[in-house]
Design a protein around this ligand. Structure first.
Ligand code: AMP
Length: 490
């Protein structure tokens, strides 16, 4: 989901990029709203700034949307009691600032010719600005400033289509980009994955009733069992009686799942495309140890995102693994860091050195990725202050040199450290004795491929290679290289 008119870059001045969105849906369940709240809670890592749930009792629709974490609003039984019905969909997102914020919180809802329709979107439509302008020129009135609303307007205009599913297909045939959608009608929940399958979406079962979630951890929390991943380009209709209909309405294209889901986004206890995220991350660490081993005393992860790779590194290098940095788990959202001065302290609020494990040691520090480099600079400084004799930074991904246009909020190219600096420049800037990134082929080996297929890459790896698999219609060539105009991802 993107915001056409964010008041500021979503990166703002925060030292970290934001995460994307999480979606959840369930039908035929007496406690649909509370199950959805639980599912969203498990998907909270995919977006912490806003949350919404829409339910239906087969006649009326009920919606609750709020800023903040799932538990801030949906732990309240009176809120859940207002969400009547046995079908529900929900969404967690990172939000922009400003007064438009609540209008952009998903699921979006509209009364269409066929009845109520709600939609929750993870991904980013790349031709939404263009479509929106055309729709406005033809009289459409938009309420929110997200790309997702374009889908609703396209559905409203798909008058030749006789069913809601046909309308949705007609709308989606006009959009390009990445989307995993969960939609709600008065008698069904609909899930769709874009033809390249960039973002994840899984189908599970709870007491025989179908459930959809961005990741398997969203199924685990409610005791649902994983049935399968929704296939790229698949549209699936879930019915109250448990029936599931599957369609493949789009022209087939090569699948290009986002490899960064494995590196950073997804929870390590999720399985994506039948691969354990944790196991992939551990293999990444092993590859890194083989590619960039060095003499040292101890392997230390940057918690939490560097932990599985550091375990793999330590295992492959036969070195001790220790928690040399401890993370405070009660520091979360950035709005508790309101001023620049406080925000600058961000990493200190979050991380503290475990001095006994660092002092006088030759440390291999493992983190998942470097975006702007701010985190690395602060962490390395902290480790040195704690008395480490040497610090060797190992990054469990290739250098991030390009922005994502498919649903991950990365900064523009000029702000990506690796895009403008050589390895040696980065090493000096971060202040480490040595610095190494995983190679692109090492990453592909870790996800189970022999190597990257240059002609037909198995994953979307545009952030590392610049090979964008889907059209970037809304971006001028200049914007493609530099700054996205007025786009906010989800
Ligand atoms: P930076 O300080 O900008 O280099 O941030 C790097 C850290 O941010 C990484 O170690 C990850 O833990 C985290 N990260 C990487 N990519 C993203 C992203 N797209 N959204 C949120 N956090 C991210």
């Amino acid at each position: 989901m993107v915001d056409f008119f964010p008041s500021a870059s979503r990166f703002g001045d925060a030292d970290k990029p934001r995460e994307e969105c999480g979606v959840f849906g369930i039908i035929g369940c007496e406690t649909a709203a509370s199950h959805t709240a639980l599912g969203l809670h498990a998907l909270q890592h995919r977006g912490q700034e806003a949350v919404g749930i829409v339910t239906t009792d087969g006649d009326r629709f009920f919606a609750e949307r709020a800023l903040g974490l799932v538990g801030d609003t949906f732990a309240d039984s009176t809120v859940l009691a207002r969400l009547k019905g046995s079908a529900a969909i929900g969404h967690v997102r990172y939000a922009t600032t400003g007064e438009t914020i609540l209008r952009n919180v998903q699921p979006l809802f509209a009364e269409l010719a066929f009845g109520g329709f709600a939609i929750a979107h993870n991904g980013n439509l790349t031709n939404a600005l263009k479509l929106r302008q055309q729709l406005i020129d033809n009289g459409s009135l938009f309420q929110a400033t997200t790309d997702t609303e374009v889908i609703i307007h396209l559905m409203a205009r798909a008058q030749n289509a006789s069913t809601v599913v046909e309308r949705l297909i007609a709308a989606l045939k006009q959009v390009t980009g990445a989307y995993s959608l969960i939609c709600l009608t008065k008698d069904s929940v609909i899930g769709v994955r874009d033809p390249a399958g960039v973002r994840p979406l899984v189908l599970g079962r709870l007491d025989g009733k179908p459930v959809l979630a961005s990741e398997t951890c969203g199924l685990d929390i409610i005791g649902a069992t994983l049935e399968r991943d929704i296939s790229p380009g698949e549209l699936i209709v879930l019915h109250t009686d448990g029936r599931v209909e599957s369609f493949f309405p789009f022209d087939a294209v090569a699948s290009r799942f986002c490899v960064f889901e494995y590196i950073y986004f997804a929870r390590p206890d999720s399985d994506l495309n039948e691969k354990s995220v944790y196991a992939v991350r551990r293999r990444i660490g092993m590859e890194l140890a083989h590619e960039a081993g060095i003499n040292a005393d101890v392997v230390i992860p940057v918690p939490d995102s560097g932990v599985p790779a550091a375990i793999g590194y330590a295992q492959a290098a036969n070195l001790p693994f220790e928690l040399g940095i401890i993370r405070n788990h009660y520091v979360g959202r950035t709005f508790i860091e309101p001023t620049d001065q406080i925000r600058h302290l961000g990493v200190k609020l979050k991380h503290n050195p475990n001095r006994a494990e660092l002092k006088d040691k030759r440390v291999i520090l493992v983190d998942d990725s470097i975006v702007r480099g701010t985190t690395s600079v602060k962490i390395v400084d902290m480790v040195r202050q704690a008395g480490a004799k040497e610090v060797h930074l190992r990054i469990a991904s290739p250098p991030t040199i390009n922005p994502c246009f498919y649903g991950i909020d990365t900064p523009s190219k000029e702000k990506l450290l690796a895009s403008n600096h050589t390895l040696e420049e980065m090493r000096k800037y971060i202040g480490v004795d040595s610095l190494a990134f995983l190679s692109v082929d090492g990453l592909y080996r870790a996800v189970g491929e022999a190597k990257r297929n240059k002609e037909m890459p198995q994953y979307c790896d545009a952030c590392f290679t610049g090979d964008y698999p889907l059209p970037l219609v809304d971006m001028t060539p200049e914007q493609k290289g530099k700054k996205r105009k007025a786009l906010l991802h989800c």
